[in-house]
Write a protein that binds this ligand. Structure first.
Ligand SMILES: [Cu+2]
Length: 224
């Protein structure tokens, strides 16, 4: 990330990471606390169980870790953060050679007449013998990805990408920086440069919720 973002809470999806800088300079204990999964609570049907459990047991509210700093008095006092944490070259959107559209499809009960698989990408269930997308090595592309029914952690192998737009708007600072996993619900536009070849064995893109990828919310792409 180029700039730090000051916050008290952060939503992290499966597979997502964040670097967190904690200011211990006042010497007071600091606790890392988990909170319930808000995205699960919005799901109807399959998510009802989770919602029920969450409200019954107050599930998810737990102290994960408590830090009790012991600082020499000379070390106490405020620290300043650099204005620029890191600088890096983001691909120029003007160099984009292809746009692709991916929808993480989630079909929940009640449509027994449909023979569509419940968890797919672009209505296609993962098939190890099928290459879903073919990308040219070195190309810059925009992938517009959206999720159905709930927030899905979308992960792409072999690349880092930048979030260009989220729901048609400029992304906020929390979306900045090179990523390989992003929470997708409303459409996000990802700016990607494909620098790593994948010819003999393709790379994967998938939802990072284990049950979703296992059931077919996953695809393959080559980079040649
Ligand atoms: Cu998913």
């Amino acid at each position: 990330m180029e700039k730090s973002v000051e916050l008290q809470s952060l939503t992290l999806a499966s597979g997502q990471r964040a670097e967190i800088l904690v200011d211990f300079s006042d010497g007071k204990p600091v606790s890392l606390v988990s909170a319930p999964d808000q995205s699960t609570l919005r799901v109807h049907g399959m998510g009802m169980m989770h919602r029920h459990e969450a409200s019954e047991n107050n599930a998810g509210n737990e102290t994960v870790l408590t830090f009790s700093p012991r600082l020499a008095s000379s070390k106490r006092g405020s620290t300043t953060l650099p204005l620029l944490l890191a600088s890096r070259a983001v691909p120029d959107p003007a160099t984009v050679v292809a746009r692709r559209r991916l929808v993480l499809n989630m079909r929940l009960g009640g449509m027994m007449d449909s023979d569509e698989e419940p968890l797919t990408i672009n209505h296609r269930r993962f098939d190890i013998d099928r290459i879903d997308e073919e990308v040219e090595l070195g190309a810059v592309e925009i992938w517009k990805v959206s999720g159905q029914k709930m927030a899905h952690p979308f992960h792409i192998h072999g690349v880092h990408f930048d979030v260009l737009r989220r729901d048609g708007e400029e992304p906020d600072l929390l979306d900045q920086g090179p990523r390989d996993t992003i929470v997708v619900d409303e459409p996000v536009e990802l700016l990607i440069r494909f620098d790593q070849p994948a010819s003999k064995a393709p790379f994967l893109f998938h939802c990072h919720i284990l049950e979703h990828e296992d059931e077919g919310m996953m695809g393959q792409f080559s980079v040649t």
